[in-house]
Design a protein around this ligand. Structure first.
Ligand code: C2E
Ligand code: CA
Ligand code: CA
Length: 528
């Protein structure tokens, strides 16, 4: 089952199937995003468009209303004692100067109305809808719109009346086809329809009038409600939803095309990335088969005597075209693909083949080899190393294993393996010490002989950097635990002197030597 799964995953883990999968998955995700974004964008656009129309209707309506309110105020100045023909004539003359007014009336001292034209009496006003704004009462009667004899809109303040018509609203506001403008109270119950056709709101209009969002959609209509004035009156614009639907379709299509293009691009990039990674993986396995890997030896020097005590084996990849690839470019990839174990074995073979003789003739000399997390987890190198050393007659003490904190994820497993290696006679060094996360906690329980202080802490020595006390602290701690210290990346004489004073035993770095090929390393040993 596990095998089948691995095979299936291998099959999938190819550039184009995986790229296609990435494209499809990101496409689905982006398409649903595009769908929502499209309808959101269309609503935004509709809200903006209706908002502009709304503002225009409000501007025109309030012009009309304040005109009528002004006429009421002007009429309020009139005093009429007897309602005779003269007085009525005077009112008619006044009326002629008032825009949007059909008739006017003034209440006399005895409570009777004097009217320019006969107006509905209090009784017949009951048939009208009524509303109170501040001190102004408003009546309107939708049914009167086509009966020109009676006004469809009346305004009254304390002792004056003006009669007007909803037809003026229609003319002045001039709404385009398919739109309605309704003046409603906050609950959307009472309503003045500027078209004069209706006298009651629908349930959808009532909901829209106090919906939390300015724009709402219900049935086949779009509603935009205004913020409302101090009397709680708000203007509700009603439009049919065909424009919104069209805009929604347009934006959804537009964003979907974008989403599809983007997901194709993502899939393509994913495929390229995987191909690049796999081409490196393939090239590396070819390199292993063709023997393109080499090892350099960077000398380790006693800081007191400046004599060479050993070397660190550092792998190199010389490609067929002669170009040398730096380990940091292929080691991380090899760690991911699991090829690192084969590389470690190759390094051990090369070390024994190239400097086995040197180690045999200089028994105090040693070589350290880097182990990765996968080496520790698999322990595949242990048997071959044992056999190679035995065949070459090299003592296990002359091979030091370098492990980093990254390689110690499973501390229990690492402790067991390192203990076994130590029992075989090898020594263990912790590489890049101090750069990991658990530096101190595991030191007590791990079988360790050497701490390698990372170059960054050596660089910080004697500077103002926050990490400058790290190296002295590590050296002191190593002394307490009975461990040896190797300082990495020593480039300057003053660093070497300081490290020696602090108690570090061994140095590695360009001050002493850069990584050397086997032949140069042998010469270096003879000189030092
Ligand atoms: P590392 O194990 O920390 O190796 C030390 C690195 O520091 C080497 O780089 C070395 O050339 C460089 N170095 C030494 N002295 C100085 C110095 O004074 N100044 C400066 N600037 N650099 C110095 P290199 O050879 O490029 O190796 C890089 C890394 O690649 C190594 O870091 C190690 O993590 C990995 N690596 C190299 N060979 C192997 C190997 O055989 N197996 C495994 N698993 N990893 C390896
Ligand atoms: Ca190392
Ligand atoms: Ca190191």
């Amino acid at each position: 089952m596990n095998d089948q799964w691995t095979r299936f995953w291998r099959w999938c883990y190819r550039p184009w199937p995986l790229g296609l999968l990435v494209a499809v998955l990101s496409g689905l995700l982006l398409l649903s995003g595009a769908w929502h974004l499209g309808s959101w964008q269309a609503r935004q656009a509709e809200q903006q468009r209706l908002g502009a129309l709304h503002a225009e209707v409000v501007r025109r309506t309030s012009g009309l209303f304040s005109g009528l309110a002004g006429h009421l105020q002007a009429l309020g100045q009139q005093r009429i004692e007897h309602c005779d023909e003269n007085a009525r004539q005077q009112l008619r003359t006044l009326r002629r100067g008032m825009l949007y007014v059909q008739a006017v009336a003034v209440r006399m001292a005895d409570g009777q109305w004097c009217q320019s034209l006969p107006l509905p009496d209090e009784q017949s006003l009951q048939a009208y809808k009524a509303w109170q704004f501040d001190s102004v009462r408003l009546w309107w009667n939708p049914q009167q719109l086509n009966a020109s004899s009676e006004p469809s809109l009346m305004l009254q303040s304390e002792r004056v009346q003006v009669a007007s018509s909803l037809r003026y609203f229609q003319d002045v506001i001039a709404l385009p086809e398919g739109y309605q403008a309704l003046l409603t109270d906050a609950q959307g119950q009472r309503m003045l329809d500027y078209s004069g056709l209706r006298s009651a709101t629908t349930a959808a209009e009532q909901a829209a009038a106090h919906s939390p969002q300015p724009l709402s959609v219900a049935g086949q209509h779009v509603y935009l409600r205004g913020p409302g004035d101090k009397n709680g009156m708000r203007l509700l614009l009603v439009a049919d939803d065909s424009r919104l639907q069209e805009a929604t379709r347009y934006y959804q299509r537009l964003f979907s095309v974008g989403a599809l293009l983007f997901s194709v691009l993502t899939g393509w990039l994913a495929a390229l990335l995987i191909r690049h990674e796999q081409s490196l993986e393939k090239a590396l396995s070819l390199a292993l088969r063709r023997g393109e890997l080499e090892v350099d030896y960077q000398p380790l020097v006693d800081l007191q005597t400046r004599r060479c005590v050993g070397a660190e084996a550092l792998v190199r990849w010389r490609r067929a075209d002669g170009q040398r690839v730096r380990p940091d470019l292929f080691i991380p990839q090899a760690e991911d693909s699991g090829q690192i174990c084969a590389i470690t074995q190759r390094v051990i073979e090369l070390v024994v083949a190239e400097v086995g003789e040197l180690l045999r003739t200089h028994p105090q000399l040693y070589v350290s080899v880097n182990l990765a997390a996968a080496d520790i987890a698999g322990a595949a190198f242990v048997e071959p190393a044992r056999r190679l050393l035995r065949e070459a007659g090299v003592a296990p003490a002359q091979l030091v294993w370098e492990v980093t904190e990254r390689g110690l994820v499973d501390v229990e497993l690492a402790t067991r393996l390192l203990g076994q290696l130590r029992a075989d006679g090898h020594r263990i060094a912790i590489d890049d010490f101090g750069t990991g996360y658990s530096s101190l906690s595991y030191l007590q329980q791990l079988p360790v002989d050497v701490l390698k202080i990372d170059k960054s802490f050596v660089d910080a020595l004697g500077t103002e950097a926050a990490s400058s006390p790290v190296a002295p602290h590590v050296i002191e701690m190593a002394r307490d635990l009975g461990l040896k210290v190797i300082a990495e990346g020593v480039e300057h004489e003053r660093q070497a002197v300081l490290l020696a004073e602090l108690g570090a035993q061994i140095g590695q770095g360009w001050l002493f030597a850069k990584p050397l090929d086997a032949q140069s390393f042998r010469a270096f040993v003879e000189q030092h």
